[in-house]
Design a protein around this ligand. Structure first.
Ligand SMILES: Nc1ncnc2c1ncn2[C@@H]1O[C@H](COP(=O)(O)OP(=O)(O)OP(=O)(O)O)[C@@H](O)[C@H]1O
Ligand SMILES: [Mg+2]
Length: 360
């Protein structure tokens, strides 16, 4: 590349909206673009030559980790929320991405910094709103579910007060017991699974086949079922009954969404190095259940895994909330993507629980 082109490239680099710093192995700044000067409140000239530590009054950068992972091992490092106080006492939350950069045979750290305060505030406000709506739905749903059996119990008790006929009294008592049991069952379902999983090595495809039998999908002429299995998947240590419960809940949802027409695809794969929240799954099983139905209603998406989120006549809205609890008990996670014409639920289960660790 000729000098002119290099100068042009330098302009692009300088005018990026992302703050870029290049650090050497002593954590001294060797290059800073205009955005980093704006962010840090110091000119690019002053920044070059300053120790990274001295451009903040306070910071939570893990400089040691950067030196070890990025410079020595050449592994990218990310920190999603780093609180900093600049030299002029402004406060900010930054998102960082660090990558090794080789220049003339020497290793440097290329550090990209973005302010994430606004996005975080927006997320917090929107989360609060959705949680408020979800808890209101939960209370409404609960009130509705509790009121019916309570009405029955009250009616039967009133009858009991004046009833002298022994058989009628027994019928009233039976009704009270039945409705009380209904309430207890509701509370149990709300509390979720209360037993620790009993894990054993399991063939996931056999487990899936038994679930498919339960759903009657194979006998359904209107819904096509595509099995896209990876036959080389090794046995996985799980509580088979619990994972089958999860699969059943999700496949039933897909079936209900399709009503009488469409395709459900079940995919299994092995995935490596998955990051989820603060967790790293080195090797995980992916089970994807997708359908080509109408998609998940927009207003449900933010709180889909909360209990009692439903738009079905007679639905309890507990299927996905229970599924999430069971997957959490396996140190896995569950995600979805949905738009009109496509919905997929992705379940990730670690192959070996000892392999989970912190994100690097
Ligand atoms: N594949 C899907 N396509 C479209 N919407 C879906 C799909 N899966 C779930 N949903 C939506 O998510 C909601 C919550 O599902 P969840 O399984 O938790 O409860 P439910 O099916 O309504 O009731 P329950 O499973 O307790 O009988 C559903 O009411 C539905 O609106
Ligand atoms: Mg359901």
């Amino acid at each position: 590349m000729d000098q002119n082109s290099l100068n042009e490239l330098d302009k692009i680099w300088q005018s990026l909206a992302t703050a870029i710093l290049v650090l050497d192995d002593s954590m001294t700044i060797r290059f800073a673009n205009y955005s980093s000067s704006e962010l840090l409140g110091l000119s690019t000239k002053r920044l070059c030559g300053m120790a990274m530590d001295s451009v903040f009054n306070h910071h939570q950068f893990d400089l040691e980790r950067l030196a070890k992972y990025v410079l020595q091992d050449g592994v990218d490092c990310q920190q999603h929320r780093v609180d900093v106080v600049f030299v002029d006492n402004r406060v900010a939350t930054l998102g960082l991405h660090a990558r090794r950069l080789m220049l003339s045979g020497a290793a440097y750290i290329l550090l990209e910094c973005r302010r994430v305060d606004d996005a975080l505030r927006y997320d917090q406000a929107s989360n609060q709103m959705h949680q408020f709506q979800a808890s209101r739905n939960l209370i409404r749903g609960l009130a509705h579910e509790v009121k019916n059996p309570l009405g029955g119990i009250r009616g039967a008790a009133q009858l009991l007060q004046y009833e002298t006929d022994q058989q009628e009294r027994e019928e009233c008592a039976a009704l009270i017991i039945e409705q009380a049991d209904r309430l207890r069952e509701l509370v149990d379902r709300l509390l979720g699974p209360n037993q620790l999983p009993q894990k054993e090595p399991c063939n996931i495809h056999q487990a899936l086949e038994s679930v498919i039998k339960l759903t009657t999908l194979e006998r359904d002429a209107e819904i096509a079922l595509i099995k896209d299995y990876d036959p080389s998947i090794p046995p996985i240590v799980i509580d088979q009954a619990k994972i089958q419960q999860v699969l059943l809940n999700i496949i039933r949802n897909a079936q209900q969404a399709l009503q009488h027409d469409g395709t459900i695809t079940i995919t299994t794969r092995v995935k490596h190095r998955l990051h989820h929240a603060e967790r790293l799954l080195k090797k995980a099983l992916l089970i994807r259940i997708s359908d080509n139905g109408p998609g998940i209603a927009e207003e449900l998406k933010e709180t889909l895994f909360f209990p009692m989120i439903t738009n079905k006549e007679g639905g309890s809205g507990l299927g996905l909330s229970i599924a999430q609890t069971l997957i959490e008990q396996h140190q896995g996670f569950i995600e979805f993507d949905s738009w009109p014409g496509h919905t997929e639920f992705n379940i990730y289960l670690p192959f070996d629980n000892t392999e989970t660790g912190n994100v690097q």
